[in-house]
Design a protein around this ligand. Structure first.
Ligand code: PLP
Length: 479
């Protein structure tokens, strides 16, 4: 398929600009381009066809089951889009005077109120644009807290090996040294190892819970106590909140700071790079450091704070990805407190149902009841029949199912991580179970066929090694 740039033809286009209705001004020469940007010149029909063609080459949540572990690819109710498209939300400008956007400020305030209620936190900032961005922001809060107390020796962040990969990356970016703690055979943090690494240099711990093997750490209260007793703070990676929202609250488990992935749990379509929202919530001891500006109630309305002397400052221009917050608030109000709890319960039920439908054939990395996702290990199948996690994943595509997350978490060999989400029916789960089972038998009887899968999709098996080693990320124009 040609790139849109390759379809460009000089002089072709589809923009008819209206007459200019404001005085024309000339920009200083230093601020003007020397040449026009090389944007594709293309007719509306061709643009429409180009993107429709592209769309048909991918698998979206509207095409079929999408059990991509660690990603919560749930169905996103259309009402979210309708509300976010209202001109009062979508046609505003971030520099408008505050009194003209009081409704939008109320969206922030209400979303903060409900999400604090759900997480057990005291305040929240919506500036971070994604989960990892939220982690980075949360770590800066921890750093500012220790600094404000003159505690400059705390240079280390403890990260269990079952944490999401972004946790150590964010902590490194925030200037911390990472201390890794292994998991025990049951997938939970090794408490004795944790005790042996904690100390006066511990700034905090980052816990992904449920962790990346789909388990709720049974020692969570002991973990937060160990860290607090050593003077550190506890960070909860709340990107997997879908399993526990409305049931338990990280704030009640001793966590001081959390990020959420609104674009996973609170139903904004994601994948393909955004937009996302990774709000950071914290307990009162950290609120003075939250990104500025935050808002406060003023008379009947709201106003942005003008002074936040201890704030870490801005982490994103303006106020974050506002429309994602609108969608999250719509979702929360649509479900209500009972619906939020039910969504988490069904997410866990669906994962356990599918796991049980498969566990007589496939080896589960951890045998016990899972939370919202579970991990299959194909190590044995690979040894005995040469069929890898990648082969099964590609075989699923031939059956209209998006592959689970592959080769993650890293602590499980030949991993397939399956997260069905709560929005799938029992029929869909049963159909998916049959496909998984069929592929298992194919792996034993005709493994070769799986090495070539997928064969029915518009795009066949890609050269992933080639793409990783020699990425072509920009178009080279002919001069
Ligand atoms: C547990 C966990 N933490 C953090 C992240 C990072 O979120 P993002 O991709 O929005 O940066 C993810 C991503 O899905 C995640 O699953």
């Amino acid at each position: 398929m040609k790139l849109i740039i390759e379809k460009s033809r000089e002089g072709r286009g589809c923009t008819i600009l209206p007459e200019c209705d404001v005085p024309v001004t000339t920009l200083p020469k230093s601020q003007t381009r020397s040449a026009a940007p090389r944007l594709p010149q293309i007719a509306e029909t061709d643009i429409s066809r180009h993107y429709t063609q592209l769309m048909k080459r991918t698998h979206g949540v509207n095409d079929g089951f999408y059990p991509l572990g660690s990603c919560t690819m749930k169905y996103n109710p259309r009402i979210n889009e309708e509300i976010a498209a209202l001109p009062q939300f979508s046609k505003i400008h971030p520099l408008q005077p505050q009194h003209t956007v009081q409704g939008c400020l109320e969206v922030f305030a209400k979303a903060e109120q409900y999400l604090c209620e759900i997480t057990g936190m005291d305040a929240m900032s919506f500036q971070p644009a994604a989960g990892a961005h939220g982690e980075f922001t949360g770590l800066l809060l921890i750093k500012a807290y220790h600094k404000s107390r003159g505690d400059s020796n705390r240079t280390k962040i403890i990260v269990p090996d079952s944490a999401h990969g972004t946790n150590p990356a964010s902590a490194t970016m925030a200037g911390y040294t990472i201390v890794n703690v292994p998991s025990q055979a049951d997938g939970c943090v090794d408490i004795e190892k944790l005790k042996s690494v904690v100390g006066s240099d511990t700034a905090g711990l980052m816990l992904t819970n449920p962790n990346t093997v789909g388990l709720f750490d049974k020692n969570i209260l002991e973990i937060t106590k160990i860290i607090h007793d050593a003077g550190g703070l506890c960070y909860y990676d709340g990107a997997n909140l879908n399993a526990v929202m409305g049931i338990v609250r990280p704030g009640d488990m001793g966590f001081d700071v959390i990020h959420l992935n609104l674009h996973k749990t609170f139903s904004t379509p994601h994948g393909g790079g955004g937009p996302g929202s990774g709000p950071v919530g914290c307990k009162n001891l950290l609120t003075p450091f939250l990104p500025a500006p935050h808002w406060h109630k003023e008379g009947e309305g709201y106003a942005f704070d003008t002074e936040s002397p201890q704030s870490i400052g801005r982490v994103k221009e303006f106020y974050g990805n506002f429309l994602v917050v609108v969608k999250a608030l719509t979702y929360i109000l649509t479900l209500g407190s009972e619906g939020i709890t039910e969504a988490a319960q069904n997410a866990v039920l669906n994962a356990n149902y599918l796991m049980n439908r498969l566990s007589d054939l496939y080896d589960m990395a951890f045998q016990h009841t899972c939370m919202h996702e579970f991990v299959i290990t194909l190590e044995r199948l690979k040894k005995e029949h040469g069929v890898s996690a990648m082969d099964i994943a590609k075989g699923l595509l031939d059956n209209g199912i998006h592959p689970p997350t592959m080769y993650f978490p890293l602590i499980v060999h030949e991993a397939l991580m399956v997260e069905p989400t709560e929005t799938e029916s029992k029929d869909t789960l049963d159909e998916a179970a049959e496909v998984f089972r069929k592929l298992y038998h194919t792996a034993q009887t005709n493994p070769e066929s799986l090495h070539n899968a997928p064969i029915t999709t518009p795009v066949r098996r890609l050269d992933e090694v080639g793409a990783a080693r020699n990425p072509r990320l920009k178009y080279e124009f002919e001069l």
